[in-house]
Design a protein around this ligand. Structure first.
Ligand code: PAF
Length: 292
């Protein structure tokens, strides 16, 4: 596995690969590092589907708002490269901020609609930063496929919309959320949690695991979201950011019932001290018994 820090080096490596493997696919796994088993599962999936797997590791300042955790975001380049290599990656791209943004950007990628609610509403500008950096990474690496975890379901919706709207020639591959054995969704930010917060953080997956039952009982989207809020508000250290039920992948407020052929997302963002965690579950009308 090679580690490169310059855009030109990455392009050269990929071009050399393509010139000698004309039929093989290039897979990109964009990350902000501090890799965990969730990232490893994306890398392994790319390795099984592509001849060359590139992992980008870049803590993107553009997607952090003022007062957010850009400075203290966990970083460990040595551990990350070891994990990427163990998962089978061929190339790691680890650029400095000055390599990605040598001067203030005059151009940004703004995706509207799917960014109106959830993290788009509570982290203004966040998805402008994500859309812009992912678009740059796609232009730099020109991958055939790009792999993203569904814990960030809104991010998947935003990137899919961007790729469709701008006819970017890359297939977005959404991959299932990886969880700890007790249900906590893996996140680089879990490392911030103290012991008590870690225990109470299970409220997210526990609440989401109850949603199907509430929908089966015939509760509306609004009633279900209210139940989710009550569950989180009962947890002493939890501070609710949002609990919503929306259509997926459009991320609009659902009208009526969940019917066959449609999907809803139950999405949560909750703060424990200075740590903000998100999680979600997606339900299809075909699996919710009260409405089929
Ligand atoms: O999901 C992430 O880690 C980031 O948002 C991404 C896609 C790497 C863009 O910086």
């Amino acid at each position: 596995m090679r580690v490169v820090t310059k855009i030109s080096e990455l392009r050269d490596e990929i071009q050399t690969f393509r010139s000698t493997h004309s039929d093989a696919k290039v897979g990109l796994v964009p990350t902000m590092g501090f890799l965990h088993e969730g990232h490893a599962s994306l890398i392994r999936r790319s390795v099984t589907e592509c001849g060359l797997t590139v992992v980008s590791i870049f803590v993107n300042p553009l997607q952090f708002g003022p007062g957010e955790d850009f400075e203290r975001y966990p970083r460990d380049a040595e551990r990350d490269t070891a994990l990427a290599e163990a998962a089978g990656a061929n190339l790691v791209f680890m650029p400095a901020v000055a390599e990605m943004y040598p001067r203030p950007l005059a151009t940004r990628v703004l995706v509207s609609g799917v960014t109106d609610r959830l993290c788009g509403a509570s982290r203004p500008g966040h998805f402008d930063g994500v859309g812009t950096v992912v678009s740059k990474l796609f232009h730099i690496a020109m991958p055939d496929r790009a792999y993203f975890g569904m814990k960030d379901a809104q991010q998947v919706a935003v990137i899919t919309t961007m790729v469709q709207d701008l006819d970017m020639p890359v297939e977005i591959v959404p991959c299932e959320t990886v969880r700890e054995p007790d249900g906590l969704a893996l996140s680089s930010r879990n490392v911030y949690l103290n012991e008590e917060e870690r225990v109470q953080a299970l409220a997210l997956s526990r609440t989401l695991s109850r949603v199907k039952g509430w929908l089966d009982d015939g509760l509306s989207a609004q009633e279900t979201a209210e139940r989710m809020r009550q569950q989180i508000n009962d947890v002493p250290l939890a501070e609710l950011d949002y609990a919503e039920i929306l259509t997926f992948p459009e991320l609009t407020v659902p009208e009526g019932q969940l019917t066959s052929g449609t999907r809803w997302i139950a999405a949560l963002a909750v703060r424990f001290g200075r740590t903000r965690l998100i999680d979600n579950r997606i339900f299809s009308g075909d699996e919710v018994s009260a409405h089929v």
